[in-house]
Design a protein around this ligand. Structure first.
Ligand SMILES: [Zn+2]
Length: 450
């Protein structure tokens, strides 16, 4: 069985690089022999067997308790470690360069190479949103699961919002009709801007009027949609929470979070998306580029030109001519780190997000480094993994489908060479990524195989 899988992998790879290793429908696959970290609070299972029937997990347990049916395709994972597929819940699917017109579908495909099986894009043009939804609709498509908000709902003068055709309602009734239009376009949630941006630029964006924000949240909740706020600064995040938002798409960088903030987050059952990658990037783009370099060498995900564009004096100058308050972001690094831990300790669900695609934040590898940053902030590796698995699924109400490795869930999992619960950097040592029971090799589709 193992040799059959290997030869299939070889042939498919030569053609497609990230094509499925095996893709039979309604066929049983067994992943055997690995140590299973299932994403629940249960202890690890050694020598585990995971049975997959079609796209879903049918049985999980120790090897002596689960029978592998005859005819099953066996993926021999002895000596290896299995974790749930990772989710990056703030990811724009771009490479991280300043180049326009990127291939977002390629980004969605590349994520599988680094173990990311689910992505949430909190600001994307509606045309791209529809294209990616269609690309990801087929369970067997070689792309990560795709969720998103469509364009951010923002204010006039938000230049990043303009790039995705963001609506800018000026009245409560305009806000309500914006929500209805986004809902008709099939978005999974709404994202709203609540940031004067002074943490990253010298100057200030205007803010949405409170009654417009409240109407937006009210209309979205009435339509069964959650609202997530872009609000990296404490006072503005509280304003968004008072209006009823269901989560923050960034950690808080400008000031230590206080009890009022914790109480508002708890009241709203709000998620706290980390984006520590974004803050490291804005604080010091060259240092952040250097930190990502070993990961992308390993994953071979990026053209080397990108590295130069963020480490040469001209590249740094160009970046800092846009984000003119890197000093402010640098001062905020220890603040956002201790905020992350305080929020985690208050039992608020922390969710992994990177803001991948923002200038300098490289798709895929930044997700892996975000896990390291979460551990550096004081989370255990197992807790850091939960921010990218079960907490991510709960944020968008999809915990019945993914986030843990349990019977009934979609078979989204990553086979690793070493134990990420011991050293979180072992998430980079991907052997196979399975999405919906189909196995993918850890290679970039843009990289020719030798
Ligand atoms: Zn973003």
């Amino acid at each position: 069985m193992k040799s059959a899988m290997t030869s299939a992998a070889c042939c498919v790879s030569l053609l497609l690089a990230i094509g499925p290793v095996q893709a039979q429908e309604n066929h049983v696959t067994a992943v055997t022999g690995a140590t299973l970290i299932d994403g629940t609070a249960r202890p690890h299972i050694e020598d585990a067997v995971i049975l997959i029937d079609g796209a879903r997990i049918s049985q999980v347990g120790p090897g002596d308790a689960v029978v592998v049916p005859p005819g099953a395709t066996v993926i021999d994972a002895r000596g290896r470690y299995v974790i749930p597929g990772l989710a990056d819940m703030h990811n724009h699917l771009q490479s991280g360069s300043m180049r326009a017109q990127q291939n977002l579908r390629l980004g969605l495909s590349r994520l599988l190479a680094v173990g990311v099986t689910t992505v949430f894009n909190p600001s994307i043009g509606l045309e791209d949103f529809a294209t990616l939804k269609a690309a990801a609709a087929d369970e067997a498509a070689p792309v990560a699961r795709f969720f998103g908000t469509g364009p951010i709902v923002t204010v006039e003068g938000d230049v990043l919002g303009q790039l995705v055709g963001a609506p800018t309602p000026r009245t409560a009734s305009e806000a309500r009709s914006v929500v209805r239009e986004l809902r008709a376009a099939g978005v999974d949630a709404i994202k709203v801007q609540r940031d004067d941006a002074s943490w990253s630029i010298r100057g200030r964006f205007p803010l949405m009027r409170p009654e417009v924000l409240s109407a937006l949240v009210d209309e979205a909740h009435g339509a069964g949609l959650k609202v997530f706020a872009h609000a990296p600064m404490l006072a503005q995040a509280k304003e968004a929470l008072r209006a009823g938002v269901d989560g923050l798409m960034h950690g808080i960088i400008d000031a230590p979070v206080d009890q009022e903030f914790i109480d508002l987050m708890t009241r709203n059952r709000a998620s706290y998306v980390s984006t520590m990658a974004l803050y490291h990037d804005v604080a010091n783009v060259a240092a952040w580029a250097r930190r990502q370099a070993p990961n992308w060498d390993r994953a071979a995900l990026q053209p080397p030109r990108l590295y130069e564009s963020f480490t040469t004096p001209a590249g740094i100058e160009r970046f800092e001519s846009i984000f003119t308050n890197s000093d402010g972001a640098r001062r905020g690094l220890p603040v956002q780190r201790s905020n992350l831990k305080r929020v985690f300790d208050a039992d608020i669900p922390v969710v992994l997000g990177t803001d991948s695609g923002f200038f300098g934040i490289l798709i895929g590898v930044s997700t892996q480094i975000e896990l390291e940053l979460l551990v550096e902030a004081g989370l255990s590796p197992a807790d850091a993994l939960r921010t990218a698995t079960v907490n991510a699924a709960r944020m968008i109400g999809r915990e019945a489908d993914f986030g843990t490795i349990e019977p009934g869930k979609l078979a989204d999992l990553v086979i690793l060479e070493a134990d990420p619960a011991t050293d979180i950097r072992d998430v980079t040592r991907v052997v196979r990524t399975l999405k919906g029971g189909v196995a993918y090799e850890p290679v970039d589709p843009a990289r020719p195989l030798q």
